[in-house]
Ligand binder design. Structure first.
Ligand code: HEC
Length: 141
């Protein structure tokens, strides 16, 4: 009984370790989650109903200039005038990572957005999202 009640103080170095660990935990919670952005399986097979013809690409270009160029850049390289101010700058559309995604996956990403990229749920219609997708596909051709 006597032994249990006896208070054994932490050594100084153990105490410092505990404080250090606690501070690390707090700091870690501020690191933003930057795992790879993956569209859900169900998005893969959504078919693009808008043919990639001159008219839809032109319409997509106009949307792109207005809504996307500031971050993604004139040629889709991810170096738009606003890109340097973002926590995370966009990657080039001309990468295998983007090329290997289906229209459905990219459509889903354009619709949902992911910080700092805004969602287009309110700003664009489905048709406009397909048009802008048809336009950004021209960067990797
Ligand atoms: C405020 C800056 C910003 C704007 C505006 C913006 N984006 Fe993005 N976009 C990003 C960033 C940053 C990423 C990377 C996000 C990530 O990986 O977490 C991204 C990612 C993407 C991706 C996914 C690429 C991949 O690697 O899978 C697509 C597609 C895309 N954007 C299209 C668009 C389109 C189309 C528009 C206009 C309608 C647009 N974006 C507007 C910043 C922006």
């Amino acid at each position: 009984m006597k032994n249990i009640l006896k208070y054994k103080p932490l050594t100084k170095s153990a105490f410092i370790s505990v404080i250090f660990f606690a501070v690390c935990l707090v700091l870690a919670s501020f690191i933003p989650q930057q795992s790879e952005w993956k569209a859900p399986e169900s998005a893969k097979n959504i078919k693009n109903p808008i043919p990639a013809n001159a008219a839809s690409i032109a319409a997509g270009k106009a949307i792109y200039i207005k809504e996307c160029l500031e971050c993604h850049g004139k040629k889709g390289l991810g170096n738009g005038p606003n890109s340097a101010t973002l926590d995370k700058s966009p990657e080039s559309f001309n990468t295998l990572k983007v090329k290997n995604q289906t229209d459905g996956e990219l459509f889903w990403k354009i619709k949902e957005g992911r910080k700092p990229m805004p969602s287009t749920k309110k700003s664009l219609t489905d048709e406009q999202r397909w048009q802008v997708l048809n336009y950004i596909r021209t960067f990797s051709k």
